[in-house]
Structure formats: C-alpha cells, structure tokens
Design a protein around this ligand. Sequence first.
Ligand code: NAI
Ligand SMILES: NCC(=O)COP(=O)(O)O
Length: 324
Amino acid sequence: MNIKIAVTSGEPAGIGPDICLALADADLSCRTVVLGDKNLLAERAAMLGKNTVLHDFCAGAPAPAQGLEVLHLPLDTPCTAGKPDPRNAEYVLRLLDRAHQGIASGEFAGMVTAPVHKGIINEAGRAAFFSGHTEYLAEKSGTEQVVMMLAGGGLRVALLTTHLPLKDVAAQITRERIVRIARIVHADLRDKFGIAAPRILLAGLNPHAGENGHLGREEIDEMLPALAQLQGESIDIRGPYPADTLFQPFMLDGADAVLAAYHDQGLPVLKYASFGRGANITLGLPFVRTSVDHGTAADLAGTGRADAGSLLEAVRVARAMCGN
Ligand SMILES: NC(=O)C1=CN([C@@H]2O[C@H](COP(=O)(O)OP(=O)(O)OC[C@H]3O[C@@H](n4cnc5c(N)ncnc54)[C@H](O)[C@@H]3O)[C@@H](O)[C@H]2O)C=CC1
Ligand SMILES: NCC(=O)COP(=O)(O)O
C-alpha cells in the first residue's frame, strides 16, 4: 500500500469521474488518489446510486480504510454529464499539471489518467495544439521522445507515430525515428517490465511490407537500415513484417511487443483483443504514466454503463511499473 498513485479524473462530462469512483471498491495493492472536483464526484456518485465516501487527500495522513481519497481541484464552470464544455478545458489540464507536480515532488510514485477530449481542449483555444496526454506530458517533462504503447489480451503494441493525420505518417517513418523509438521500447520493456531480452516485431508501413519496393519504399530505405543498426546494438528487433498477417499467434509467439507504424494499424487489433481491459502506457518518460484504452464515452457518463475495467488495469500496470 506504500505506492501512491495519482489518478486524474479527466474530462468531467465524460465517464472519467464514473470510472474513478470504482477505485473505492477495488483492491489494487496501492494507494490511489483521485484528482478532480470533489462535488462533481459526489454528484456523479449520486447519479450512479453509489454512496462512496469521499475523503480529502492529506499527504501526511494514512490512507482511510474505506472510500475514495480525493485531491480537490475545482471545476471552472458547472458540468453536465454527457456535454463536454471547453470552459472546463483548463481544469482538465490543471489535473495533469498537479499530478505531474506531485510526481516531481515525490508525493506520488506515478500517474494514471482517465480520458480527456482532445477536440474540446483544442476548441478552448490553447495556444499550442493539444494532441494527447502522451505529447503533453512529454513536453511538460522536457522529454524529447516518448512512445505510446497499449497492452492487453496478451499483446503489447507500441507505435512509431501517434496523433497525426494519416497523410503525414509516411514522412515520419525514418530510420532515425525507428531507431530512437525502438531503443525506448527495448529499454522500458527491460527496465520497467522486467523482460531481460525483449523481442520486438516491426510492422511494415505499406501493404505486404512494400512488396519488394513495388508498393512503397519505406521498408527498404528506412526500416531495413534501422533494423540493421538496432541489431548491431544487440536489440532483438525483427521485420518488417506485413501488418495484415503479423497479428497471428504463429507470428507473435516469443515476441514481447509489436512496433506498429501508425495509430490505426496497431490499435484496432489491440482493442479487438481486449477493449475495456487493456492499458495505455507512455514509455520513455522519466516517470510512470498509464491510462485507459478508451475515450471519454460522453454517451455513457452518469448512466452506470461505463466499464471501469481498463482504469483498474491501468492502475495495476502503473503499480507494477513503479515496483520495478
Ligand atoms: N486516454 C485518453 O485520454 C483517450 C481519449 N480519447 C478521446 O475520447 C474522445 C471520444 O473518442 P471515441 O473515439 O468516441 O472513443 P470512445 O472510447 O470514447 O468511445 C467509443 C465507443 O466505446 C464505448 N466505450 C468507451 N469506453 C467505454 C467504457 N469504459 N465502458 C463501456 N463502453 C465504453 C463508447 O460508449 C462508444 O460507444 C475523443 O475526443 C478522443 O480524443 C480517446 C482515446 C483515449
Ligand atoms: N488512442 C489512444 C489515445 O488517444 C490516448 O492518447 P493519450 O491521451 O494517452 O496521449
């Protein structure tokens, strides 16, 4: 119970507050502290017919025997379940900033994030484009390169590129980027997941991994030289494999992670295998951050139909990573 994890409750009009309430009933072998508006959580508990006791978090005090610890940060404007409001975008970011600050000061060992609505945060007119927690926390912590990896259903899928338009993906598949990202995946699988000699499989970008250059040259010009360089560093990475057959048990046997070229090449497979039970992990950060495998699901906020399974899994993974 010594490991203390900050859980940001995310978009207030989405299912973040609902699933955070489920932490009160879960045995996760760590202390979870929910960051969010305490009145919002109380209101959402009432909507769900839960009588969860909410305690104000006090860093120096022992964890309460029951209920949910809340680090209260007030909403900027009242919230209606199911109706995200850009006027609460700064609140959403404050939750992340406070969790990050708590990690920097040693108050928390790591953070788990409930989903945010990227569109709403951008609509609120932040000066810089907000493309996700992954990129926001990288910038906040001054980390040049991070990697998004989702894990679930016995599969780990890391991504070479994350939140960018599909038309811009190919230009990002460079030898340098593949080397940088594969090194991070290798190091974090070894150090944070305790896998002594991780094996990584690289998916091709093009159909049939480029068909010997007839369907695209990224495999030949960028991927093969990157693999040779990485193998020269004793990193066990193989490929590039055609993505359409890579996610088969006979291909995945003995592999620890797949490195997919882009978001919708890797994540649909992962989500098909384990939606609602997987976790999203940011590799390469100087601290532990995990998240859910789903979005804000505003349609379900306050209905009692949101499944908290992925949040609980994200906490379990964060706890294990903090332990490592
Ligand atoms: N970690 C994060 O902050 C993430 C945020 N998002 C954001 O979420 C917003 C909505 O994205 P969508 O593509 O609509 O995906 P979504 O995951 O919110 O919803 C897709 C479908 O799955 C259902 N669903 C999602 N989570 C569920 C749960 N826990 N239990 C039961 N059903 C669930 C929803 O009701 C909906 O029918 C977007 O703005 C996106 O950027 C998306 C993924 C991750
Ligand atoms: N599809 C995963 C996703 O959108 C999560 O992004 P992030 O907010 O964790 O960066």
